[in-house]
Ligand binder design. Structure first.
Ligand SMILES: Cc1ncc(COP(=O)(O)O)c(C=O)c1O
Length: 380
């Protein structure tokens, strides 16, 4: 058996999505900025995709900016808001558990003279609302907090965060990458000013995503050289990818409830299968404030490199944390922030599932971990 359980890193592209994209590559190949009918035809597909994305997210059409994915969206939102609002204040806030496409931007802004607060999280990976209230000042211009953490699946209390930020002078940016397809997000139910998403986490292609920007949000756009995306993101639109993104988002949104039930059941089955085999483990994160697709576990009996290698030999593909830290020995900054030391991070593995994952697959993973546990028990 072969089990891919690294869907939080990326997902296969759905066949319906591939079909739509192929049609654009081969038939509707025009440049949406060309004024002849081939261009106008491409423009229609671009407009249709934007309409479909805005519907899925409960946003307005002019609030969707297509990008090359969440790394670009996060960079654009954070730098764009920080530079545009600098005349109002110099203080910006994020958390210690953000994706590096957020954290590294804050570190860069810190070097440029911004005053940065990195919020702590508790053992479940949750931001402390009291700390957020305490650190926000009149000088705070931006707060950036992720919706769902990509390593532990913890869901932040976004309505509460949103209302704290709304009572201040600051704007709110949310990295919603791991929330899409798992939480029913209606952009205008919140006071979020900018929200990043990427297609490849829910059955769409890599290299395409969006920044959803609330109408009127002051944002300095840094990419020059074209008038695309209402002058906010220069460069010929990657139409096949955008069409694929819109289709994948539509499918993910339509099947959200049934997928969530499936994933929650799988998560429970996986944990029960490990318990039934008497494998020692602890959950990193929260059992209740979390999505079903990510299960991060601490195995005290083995280090992460060894277990990842042994699982790979058993054709089980998982990772130690985010995709960018996979394959390195650097302990996860998320787990270090949660447990205040890196020992736990050195013994923890992220399993991530999607709607294609089966009960048989999670049981196979549990069986293989059981074999590894017994081998290591004997060796000790
Ligand atoms: C929470 C989060 N933010 C941002 C990204 C970056 O997205 P992209 O691969 O589209 O640049 C990822 C992907 O790993 C992620 O999980």
């Amino acid at each position: 058996m072969e089990v891919y359980a690294d869907y939080a890193a990326t997902t296969p592209v759905k066949q319906e999505v591939v079909d739509k994209m192929m049609d654009i590559y081969a038939v509707h190949y025009g440049n949406p900025s060309s004024i002849h009918s081939v261009g106008r035809n491409a423009r229609k597909h671009l407009d249709d995709s934007r309409r479909s994305v805005k519907q899925a997210l409960g946003a307005k059409q002019n609030e969707i900016i297509f990008t090359s994915g969440a790394t670009e969206s996060n960079n654009t939102a954070i730098k764009g808001i920080a530079y545009a609002q600098r005349y109002k204040g110099n203080h910006i806030i994020t958390t210690k558990i953000e994706h590096h496409s957020v954290l590294h931007v804050f570190e860069q802004l810190e070097k440029e003279g911004f005053d940065v607060t990195y919020l702590d999280v508790d053992h479940q990976g949750l931001v402390q609302l009291d700390q957020l209230k305490e650190v926000i000042t009149e000088q705070t211009i931006l707060v950036s907090i992720m919706f769902v953490n990509n390593e532990i699946g913890t869901v932040q209390p976004m309505y509460e965060i949103d209302s704290i930020v709304a009572d201040s002078n600051a704007l709110l940016h949310v990295d919603a990458v791991q929330a899409i397809g798992h939480l029913d997000i209606n952009f205008h139910d919140f006071n979020i000013d900018a929200m990043s998403i990427t297609a490849h986490k829910f059955g769409g292609p890599k290299g395409v995503g969006a920044l959803v920007v609330k109408e009127g949000t002051p944002l300095q756009f840094l990419q020059l050289g074209g008038e695309q995306e209402a002058k906010r993101r220069a460069g010929t639109e990657n139409l096949p990818q955008i069409v694929g993104f819109a289709e994948a988002l539509k499918l993910a949104t339509e099947h959200l409830n049934e997928n969530n039930i499936h994933l929650m059941n799988l998560k429970n089955q996986f944990l029960v299968s490990l318990q039934e085999r008497s494998i020692p483990f602890e959950l990193n994160g929260s059992m209740t404030e979390s999505t079903g697709h990510i299960v991060n576990l601490y195995f005290p009996f083995i280090d992460v490199e060894t277990i990842l290698t042994l699982l790979d030999l058993a054709n089980i593909y998982v990772s130690s944390g985010s995709a960018c830290t996979a394959g390195t020995t650097t302990p996860s900054h998320v787990l270090v922030a949660m447990y205040e030391h890196d020992d736990r991070a050195k013994h923890s593995v992220r399993f991530s599932f999607n709607e294609q994952t089966t009960e048989q697959e999670v049981k196979y993973i549990a069986t293989e971990i059981h074999k590894i546990y017994h081998k290591f028990k004997e060796d000790i």
